[in-house]
Ligand binder design. Structure first.
Ligand SMILES: Nc1ncnc2c1ncn2[C@@H]1O[C@H](COP(=O)(O)OP(=O)(O)OP(=O)(O)O)[C@@H](O)[C@H]1O
Length: 315
């Protein structure tokens, strides 16, 4: 069964088409990445799923129920970790978690035990009595995740959970979300850190200008990419001498490191052909390695403004 199904979802703000008919589904138990440049429509889509934005047309189902007509059921199934902490400044973190869980009918010992466990798991026990303005940015992020989890939702939606957090906390949040995924939660993640999506998500959708530009298993997106990257290590002195490369090689050069050149090569082209060109240009090769594209490179290629967008189109 699909955890979430978007069917031809459109959202218009005056004459701006923020979503132009988005259709796709997220399978139950998936770790799904929703990627796209600023303004692509990711938050609008997530907010429509959570009932915070009403689509102009189309429908969204969460765990088989419509988010508008069955909103009580779908809100219980969803936990949203928004980008910013919007909470009453006069309550401390423990009180906020109790209040939030109370909305979902948790009470008594069960409620207290779960709130304590969340505080513990998110390393907030020491700050349980602090008010929100007394928390650091990283602690606020963790508090947001705790709030989204108070009702043990089946689907957890994280809107840029690691924006602006340090490396340690990012790793902790990765581990924690992986653990939630392993326990069976469906995770939907938006992020601008492509490395994060590559490490965590088994499937990704790339949005642009309110449409789905690509949707596939992360591994398939990487392997279907038409290019590979060839790193040629050369002596520093060679690069400092600023010797010209022939135009064919220069056209493929995407990066010049202090002692290496990186070429972007069509997969169809034989490496021996490139090596021949390097040899002819008298490039002194010290070492050589080739690799597939990273998700970031696929993303940059897909979102470069060229041609028609192609969505999944089916619901
Ligand atoms: N309430 C609103 N009123 C008018 N326009 C809006 C509103 N909310 C979003 N938009 C517009 O809709 C488009 C999509 O915005 P959205 O926030 O969904 O993008 P995003 O992909 O989440 O971007 P980011 O990565 O920057 O968070 C943008 O052009 C934005 O300005």
């Amino acid at each position: 069964m699909s955890a979430v199904e978007f069917c031809n979802v459109k959202k218009q703000y005056a004459d701006l088409h923020a979503l132009k008919g988005v259709s796709f589904s997220v399978e139950e138990g998936a770790f799904f990445g929703l990627l796209g440049p600023n303004g692509a429509g990711k938050s609008t889509l997530i907010n429509a799923m959570s009932g915070l934005v009403v689509p102009t047309s189309g429908s969204i189902n969460v765990m088989g129920k419509d988010v508008i007509s069955d909103y009580r059921v779908t809100r219980r199934a969803l936990g949203l970790v928004p980008q910013e902490l919007i909470a009453d400044p006069f309550f401390n973190i423990r009180e906020l978690l109790r209040l939030q869980s109370g909305y979902f009918g948790l009470k008594g010992a069960v409620q207290n035990a779960w709130v304590d466990e969340l505080l513990e798991r998110l390393a907030l026990t020491e700050k349980a009595n602090a008010l929100t303005h007394q928390l650091s940015g990283g602690m606020k992020r963790r508090a947001l995740i705790a709030m989204a989890l108070v009702h043990k939702p089946q689907v957890l939606v994280l809107d840029e959970p690691t924006a602006g957090v340090d490396v340690d906390l990012r790793r902790t949040l990765w581990e924690f979300t992986r653990e939630l995924h392993d326990k069976g939660h469906t995770i939907i993640l938006t992020t601008h850190y492509l490395e994060e999506a590559e490490a965590l998500c088994d499937k990704v959708a790339i949005m642009q200008k309110g449409q789905i530009k690509a949707l596939d298993k992360t591994s398939a997106l990487l392997s279907k990419h038409a290019y590979r990257y060839l790193k040629v290590s050369v002596p520093r002195a060679y690069l400092q001498a600023d010797l010209p490369l022939p135009p064919a090689l220069r056209g493929m050069l995407v990066e010049e490191e202090s002692s290496a050149l990186v070429f972007k090569i069509e997969k169809e082209v034989l490496l021996s052909e490139i090596l021949g060109q390097l040899h002819q240009a008298q490039v002194p090769i010290e070492d050589i390695s080739s690799r597939d594209a990273t998700l970031e490179e696929v993303f940059i290629d897909l979102t470069a403004d060229k041609g028609e967008l192609k969505g999944e189109g089916k619901c």
